[in-house]
Ligand binder design. Structure first.
Ligand code: GLA
Ligand code: ZN
Length: 656
């Protein structure tokens, strides 16, 4: 297991370095991340490379047997470069230059920037390829942070036109596939196609309104692909110049502009930056973080690292609340429980200058380690005893949830009903499952579904006949599926496919949606397995045909029309849910479904605020039990042994 911290030696006098390393060693750290923003330190003037300082700190780490994640510094293009080639700056949707003074000020499609990227990455690769202390490389830093995936410059527009030409071959084909007949938007050449940007139909709620939805989706895909290409270019340079160790990048859970399912394929493993700074926040919020961990594990279906783990109050212009030190321990275990086998805290010591001088780390500004240091040191010692569990066992879930970025983008552009939020639908269901002590993978249709007892397909609007076929095979052989509203109705061009809803999934669900009601902010009564509850955002009005009805509306002109149905298909079952609701109600619905299909019970009875995560490897079975309450609890677990577990406030234990 890798356990360590993000360190910025360039911010501190050299005579402090040895003391920092001594404290890190004492805290049981075995890895640090270096240099992701240090371009001007490495190349202060064009072609003048200075690696002496970095060599020196890396050799000090080597002496202490602390390994290094070395980063390419391309998130911070130097001023000398920007002054020489100002066309590297990204352009916003209004045509404004997003200028100098922070970070990430570059366009992914700028050829000059690509050349300079190659140069610095090559110089670093050549210098460090044989350095045994450097065990991993991180590319750049948080691609997409500060809303930087989508650029509107001329280079991007030209590259987008090429992308469309490759895809559609003729402009007539593009016009037809995307439906450009609407509002006379027919293009006469690929050179005449635009990047969807500011028009006379302005933005509302931060979203563009009026462009062709298909062109918008292609632009989202193109922009995401541009990041893939830029990352691939860096990887190629590293590999061609002798770097053999694993390469990763630090993802972010709430960035939706990069198709991480695709992007993750570029790397040897995924890492992400996790900031669950919720102090005494509701259990649901911290369970959303568990959902995010599961998403990250799902991108490659393997263990991941936390490249930046919150280690104190954060803030740029103002600060957030101070976490209870016990929460730092809890959040770290939460990550590990969900599959992290590398943890690096952000950051070692808060800076005395710059934008992030309020962003706290393990030490305080004065360089002294107090409560946060002590608890993290304790966690390091505990992980030594848990090493074989952490490294060897894998998360095993009986339920999985399918999510796609085409749907992230499509729903984001035409969100059906006020308040519709794709992420919220998925996270509510995932949180509901956590509260039922049921573990859930998050994945896409490219992975094997046969190992799951239940596959949940929420709001899977952009879909294909192949998706439905895959699901049909899975269900026929005894699998179970839960499909929800706004599924199956759109094709890959983001056009409504004209099939009776739920389109591709209609036969499986065994129902017809004969009408619907975009509820917006209104809520309406429902009853059945949901108890007396409320539907939110959307209501599909369903002709259930031969299906069993599990819940129905108790309101409006469609009172008594079903909202949740159950259909037998082969050896399996397909459930359909026509409305959104709250976490509690999802919990009731999922309880009925998982009881029907007999998922394994990890605990005797759920305890509010307590999460359980199951892992196994061969005969070795482990259960992580995490208490997010600020008070003591007891819980009766059934796996891997029957036992009553007592946990203090924010306490954690691993039973194996
Ligand atoms: C992100 C970045 C870090 C730092 C932190 C705190 O996660 O990757 O460089 O800026 O946020 O703001
Ligand atoms: Zn651009």
């Amino acid at each position: 297991m890798h356990f360590g911290v993000d360190y910025y030696p360039e911010h501190w006098p050299e005579d402090r370095w040895a003391e920092d390393i001594r404290l890190m060693k004492q805290a049981n750290f075995n890895i640090v991340r270096l240099a992701e923003f240090a371009w001007t330190k490495m190349e202060p003037v064009e072609n003048e490379y200075h690696f002496e300082w970095l060599d020196k700190i890396i050799s000090l780490f080597e002496e202490s047997n602390i390994k290094v994640v070395l980063c390419t510094p391309t998130a911070t293009p130097p001023k000398w470069l920007m002054d020489k080639y100002p066309d590297i700056y990204p352009i916003d949707e209004y045509g404004h230059v997003r200028g100098y003074g922070s970070r990430r000020h570059y366009c992914f499609n700028n050829e000059t920037y690509k050349e300079y990227t190659k140069k610095i990455v090559k110089a670093m690769a050549n210098h460090y390829k044989n350095n045994k202390t450097v065990v991993t490389w991180q590319l750049d830093n948080e691609f997409g942070c500060h809303n930087t995936v989508r650029c509107y410059c001329d280079d991007c527009e030209k590259a987008f036109q090429k992308y469309l030409e490759n895809k559609y071959e003729t402009i007539e084909n593009l016009n037809e596939k995307l439906g450009m007949a609407f509002w006379s938007q027919t293009y006469y050449s690929f050179e005449s196609v635009i990047i969807p940007r500011h028009t006379v139909c302005d933005y509302k709620e931060g979203k563009m309104l009026a462009h062709n939805p298909g062109l918008w989706l292609d632009y989202c895909r193109f922009a995401s692909q541009s990041v893939d290409d830029y990352a691939a270019l860096q990887i190629e340079v590293l590999r061609e110049n002798g770097v053999t160790v694993p390469i990763t990048h630090n993802f972010m859970a709430k960035f939706y502009d990069i198709d991480y399912n695709k992007h993750a394929k570029l790397y040897d493993f995924v890492s992400w930056d996790c900031y669950p700074n919720i102090v005494h926040g509701p259990f649901d919020d911290i369970m959303e973080v568990s959902f995010q961990h599961d998403m990250m594990r799902g991108y490659k279906n393997r263990k991941f690292w936390i490249m930046e783990m919150s280690s104190g109050p954060g803030g740029w212009n103002f600060m957030g609340r101070a976490p209870d030190p016990a929460q730092l321990r809890l959040w770290t275990y939460q990550a590990v429980a969900h599959g992290a086998d590398g943890i690096l805290y952000f950051r070692w010591r808060p800076c005395l200058f710059g934008t992030e001088q309020y962003w706290h780390g393990i030490l305080d500004h004065d360089g002294i380690g107090r409560d946060r240091y002590k608890i993290i040191k304790q966690v390091g010692a505990e992980f030594k005893t848990l090493e074989s569990i952490i490294d060897r066992t894998e998360n095993v879930s009986e339920v999985c949830m399918i999510r796609s970025f085409d749907n992230v983008w499509s729903h984001d552009y035409q969100w059906h009903s006020q308040g519709f939020d794709y992420n919220q639908i998925l996270s509510y269901m995932h949180i509901a499952l956590s509260k039922l002590n049921i573990n859930c993978d998050v994945t896409d249709f490219s992975h094997d579904l046969s190992k799951y007892k239940l596959v949940i397909i929420p709001a899977y609007n952009i879909s294909t006949a192949e998706n439905a076929e895959m699901l049909r095979k899975y269900v026929k052989n005894g699998g179970n599926a839960l499909i929800t509203f706004r599924s199956g109705n759109r094709d890959e061009y983001n056009k409504i496919n004209g099939l009776t809803i739920p389109g591709y999934f209609r036969e499986l669900a065994g129902i017809d949606v004969i009408n619907y009601d975009a509820l917006g902010k209104d809520m309406i009564k429902i009853k059945g397995v949901t108890g007396d509850s409320l539907a939110a955002v959307w209501a599909d009005i369903i002709d259930q045909k031969d299906c069993e009805v599990l819940a129905a509306y108790d309101d409006c002109f469609y009172k008594n029309s079903p909202c949740i149905t159950k259909n037998s298909v082969g050896k399996g079952t397909v459930y359909y849910m026509g409305c959104h609701t709250d976490v509690d109600t999802y919990q009731k619905v999922l309880k009925v479904i998982t009881e029907n299909i007999q998922t394994t019970k990890l605990v005797d009875k759920a305890v509010e605020g307590v999460e359980t995560v199951y892992r196994e490897y061969g005969d070795k079975k482990a259960l992580f039990v995490l208490n997010y309450n600020d008070y003591n609890v007891s819980i009766n677990i059934l796996v891997p042994v029957k036992k009553t577990v007592h946990l203090e406030a924010f306490g954690v234990t691993v039973i194996y």
